[in-house]
Design a protein around this ligand. Structure first.
Ligand SMILES: O=C(O)[C@H](O)[C@@H](O)[C@H](O)[C@H](O)COP(=O)(O)O
Length: 237
C-alpha cells in the first residue's frame, strides 16, 4: 500500500520519500523553512519534537540547516521520566543529535525534573511549559498502536489529556514499553501548532494510519486526534 491510497481529511498533506535518509532530509528542509518564516514573522521560532528511534537522522540533518538558531526554542512533545543522562531520555537524544553544529545555539525547554513521583514531575513540567510560546512547528511520531507523543491507548489519564479543553499542558502517562513512566504534552497544546508534521516509516505504520482513520476514535488510537488540516505527513517504505 502507498500513502497516496489513504483517504485523509481535507487539508492533510501526505508526502512519500524513497528511503529514511530522503525523508530525514526533506523533513529537515521543511522544518527549517518554517522556522525561518516564524523568525521573519515574529522574531523567534518554537519547535517541539518527539523522541524515539527514528528522529535521529532528521535531527542531524536539521542541526546543519543555516538559520538564526539563537532565536529558536526547542521543546519536547513528550519525555520518558528518566534523568537526561539516561539512554532513554528524549532530552538527551535532542541534546546529542540536534543541539550540535549550527543548532547548538538553540535554547531547550526540557520536561524532565526530579520529583517524588511521576505526578509531581508532571506538575513541574506543566509549570515550566507556561513559558512555552505558541508552537510554530511540531514534529510527531507514531507507534504501531496509534500512540503519538506519549498519548498511549489505555493509559490512565488519556481521556483527560485528549480533552479539547484540557487545562493542563503536561500530564503523566503510562506506556506499555519501558520506561513506562512518561510525561506528555496534552491535546490542546499539540493541536494548536501552526505547522504540525508527522514522520513515519514502513508499511506497518500505514496500516496503523488506515486503522486510525477507520476507527475515528482518539481514545483507542490517539493519533486520530491529529489527522486533520494542516497536518503534513512524511512517509517512506
Ligand atoms: O518518546 C517517544 O518514544 C516518542 O515521542 C514516541 O511518540 C515516538 O514518536 C513513537 O513511539 C514512534 O517512535 P519511533 O519513531 O522510534 O518508531
Amino acid at each position: 500500500m502507498a500513502i497516496s491510497e489513504l483517504d485523509f481529511p481535507l487539508g492533510v498533506v501526505a508526502r512519500s520519500h524513497s528511503d529514511a535518509q530522503q525523508l530525514a532530509t526533506a523533513l529537515a528542509e521543511a522544518v527549517a523553512a518554517a522556522l525561518r518564516a516564524a523568525i521573519d514573522s515574529h522574531g523567534t521560532a518554537t519547535l517541539v519534537v518527539s523522541g524515539g528511534r527514528s528522529p535521529i537522522a532528521f535531527f542531524e540533518c536539521l542541526a546543519e540547516q543555516p538559520l538564526p538558531w539563537a532565536r529558536v526554542l526547542v521543546s519536547l512533545a513528550d519525555e520518558r521520566w528518566v534523568p537526561v543522562g539516561h539512554a532513554d531520555s528524549n532530552e538527551g537524544l535532542v541534546r546529542r543529535h540536534l543541539l550540535r553544529g549550527p543548532a547548538a545555539d538553540a535554547r531547550l525547554l526540557g520536561l524532565y525534573q526530579r520529583a517524588d513521583s511521576l505526578q509531581a514531575a508532571a506538575q513541574l513540567a506543566d509549570q515550566a511549559l507556561a513559558e512555552l510560546p505558541p508552537i510554530d512547528v511540531l514534529v510527531l511520531g507514531m507507534g504501531d498502536d496509534g500512540h503519538t507523543a506519549s498519548l498511549f491507548p489505555d493509559s490512565p489519564g488519556l481521556s483527560e489529556a485528549l480533552r479539547g479543553d484540557c487545562p493542563r499542558r503536561c500530564l503523566p502517562m503510562l506506556a506499555p514499553s519501558v520506561p513506562h513512566q512518561r510525561l506528555t504534552l496534552t491535546r490542546p497544546l499539540l493541536a494548536a501548532a501552526r505547522l504540525p508534521l508527522l514522520a513515519i516509516q514502513g508499511p506497518g505504520k500505514l496500516d496503523t494510519l488506515q486503522q486510525a482513520l477507520q476507527l475515528n476514535d482518539p481514545e483507542r488510537m490517539p493519533i486520530q486526534a491529529f489527522l486533520r488540516a494542516p497536518l503534513e505527513i512524511h512517509w517512506c517504505p
